[in-house]
Design a protein around this ligand. Structure first.
Ligand SMILES: C[S@@+](CC[C@H](N)C(=O)[O-])C[C@H]1O[C@@H](n2cnc3c(N)ncnc32)[C@H](O)[C@@H]1O
Length: 229
């Protein structure tokens, strides 16, 4: 199961069963199953269903048309975004792992939204800078960042040039399984400690950034929404 900070799996199940939002799209379901078969434990990198539904709802509320994703992997959030966008909408995805993207591509094709996607195979920082040189400044309605967490601050600085005023930059995994609110003295393995530290530093940075207003949503593993001022 993908990462989720809710207290019990039963509560997550309840939320999913009691939401009238369209049930998981067949191609999303198949994409997740294929990812589990191919990537095993690493498949937890796909965003969980409740977070995907939240993102989809947000994009529709915003009437988002032009969007960006940093960290595509096999494309669960990528396909979710493409499905939520209007017929002429576009989502540009950046990832250095082409094989993972190609694992999910058949499901994007079967869902008939391939015309809405554009995949850039490169590292995130050069991909983002390439968009600036390509004159995409202040043109994106929404960006979703789900790549290497230690570089979120660096990506934020570039994204502020790419996302329009009033647009949203969303960052994934900012609550780190709740570890951000744990004490340093609590028992944690070294990996959790490292991830917790990175998340806390990023969360503090965003909380003090007067160029955006932000809120951390306790869905999935925590999603920070920044509205560009
Ligand atoms: C958590 S996964 C993304 C999951 C995806 N959003 C989903 O829902 O399926 C993170 C992805 O970020 C990519 N990534 C990590 N660091 C990167 C970097 N510096 N440049 C480009 N991609 C990067 C990895 O290759 C991986 O595919």
């Amino acid at each position: 199961m993908a990462k989720n900070i809710l207290k019990t799996p039963a509560l997550l199940q309840y939320i999913l069963e009691t939401s009238s939002y369209p049930k998981e799209h067949e191609q999303l379901k198949q994409l997740r199953e294929t990812t589990i078969q191919k990537y095993g434990k690493m498949s937890v990198m796909n965003v969980p269903l409740d977070e995907a539904q939240f993102i989809s709802m947000l994009l529709k509320i915003m009437n988002a048309n032009k969007t960006l994703e940093i960290g595509v992997f096999t494309g669960y959030s990528f396909l979710t975004t493409a499905l939520a966008l209007p017929p002429n909408g576009k989502v540009i995805g950046i990832d250095m792992d082409r094989e993972a993207y190609e694992t999910g591509l058949p499901f994007i094709q079967k869902a008939e939204v391939e015309h809405k996607i554009d995949f850039i195979h490169t590292d995130a920082f050069s991909g983002l800078n390439g968009l600036i040189d390509g004159k995409h400044e202040e043109s994106f309605d929404y960006a979703f960042v789900d790549a290497d967490k230690e570089n979120f601050t660096k990506y934020h600085e570039v994204l502020l040039k790419l996302v329009r005023k009033g647009g949203i930059i969303a960052y994934d995994n900012t609550l780190r399984s709740g570890s951000v609110a744990m004490s340093e003295d609590d028992e944690m393995d070294d990996n959790t400690k490292r991830k917790r530290k990175i998340a806390i530093e990023f969360n503090n940075y965003i909380a003090n950034d007067t160029r955006v207003e932000s809120t951390i949503v306790s869905i999935g593993d925590g999603v920070t929404l920044c509205r560009v001022l």
